[in-house]
Design a protein around this ligand. Sequence first.
Ligand code: NAD
Ligand code: ZN
Ligand code: ZN
Length: 348
Amino acid sequence: MKALRLESWHSAPVLRDVPVPAPRAGEVVVQVGGAGACHSDLHLMRDFSEGQLPWGPPFTLGHENAGWVHAVGDSVHGLEPGEAVAVVGAWGCGSCPRCLAGLETYCDHPERARPPGGGAGLGLDGGMAEFLLVPSSRHLVPLPAGLDPVHAAPLTDAGLTPYHAIRRSREKLAPGSTAVVIGIGGLGHLGVQILRATTAARIVAVDSRASARELAKRCGADLVLEPGEHLAQAVREASDGLAADVVLDFVGSDETLASAVACARQLADITIVGLGGGSFPFSFFNVPYEASIQTTYWGNRGELVEVLDLAARGLLHADVTTFGLEEAPLAYDQLRDGKVNGRAVVVP
Ligand code: NAD
Ligand code: ZN
Ligand code: ZN
């Protein structure tokens, strides 16, 4: 089968012929129905070098995956070939307290994971291929009726990551509160919808691209703004002079971090999700009193079940552009050039 391989750091991925995986005991092979092209993959191609992460190339890209059970190994129960599933992409040891709680992103013993590595498309082979080897059935969540793998795939990261970040700040998103979302791409357009569906906050969406601001409106943002000097003032005016209770930064550059802090009020949560490599000087008078600046990474299995349920109930919908596997490099080119609205999904 063909697979889109990242063969070394600082390189563009290439399509290669690889063997179709066969499941051993406990494993499941999923026929990929959709694999999302995440901006983090662009960071993997550009920004990392040997030794920076606990894992590295070569591996097949694609950490946002959904499809159908194709084959199960011995001792896999409760999954039938043909069943539609979403893949939880972070693969830990499976038996430490965090893994047992579904939070395999922060496994206590990643070195005990079988096989060790970050997960699908992150050190281990991901879903930009016809078939994906999943090391345990615990990484699969059945798709609720009415949800297809193409639209479910982005939910496993572009949906799950904002859901986790928003959930952490839920008590700050009470009636009368304001949430600012910076960067309305794959993650941001779902983040706006999740805020709309699960909180009472007024939603201000910020993006430098007009098409992304249009998408933000369709996703339910109350106000859409361009980035720039005027941003903090505009957010204050939109929030009865109070400023933002929660800022979600899906870019993470120097510029957006400065804007995020400038938009925030006392006691705000400023959550950096984007891997833009920016920094901000944190000191007593530099940030609003008792504001928290935090990063978040992905989400947990239980949260993915909730995200899929929101989608099945029509409250969350990934705006998707599809590409064939041969076109996967093009999907990443377009993502890098800011030409993708919502999420590019590779359909092998
Ligand atoms: P994307 O390319 O689909 O979207 C990024 C959006 O940000 C685009 O709409 C772009 O126009 C906008 N943007 C860029 N610079 C801007 C600026 N200065 N001001 C306002 N808007 C700006 O990317 P994505 O796949 O949604 O990922 C977003 C970021 O989140 C990436 O850095 C990615 O690596 C990261 N990410 C983090 C996690 C995590 O768990 N922390 C998970 C997935 C992705
Ligand atoms: Zn991602
Ligand atoms: Zn673990």
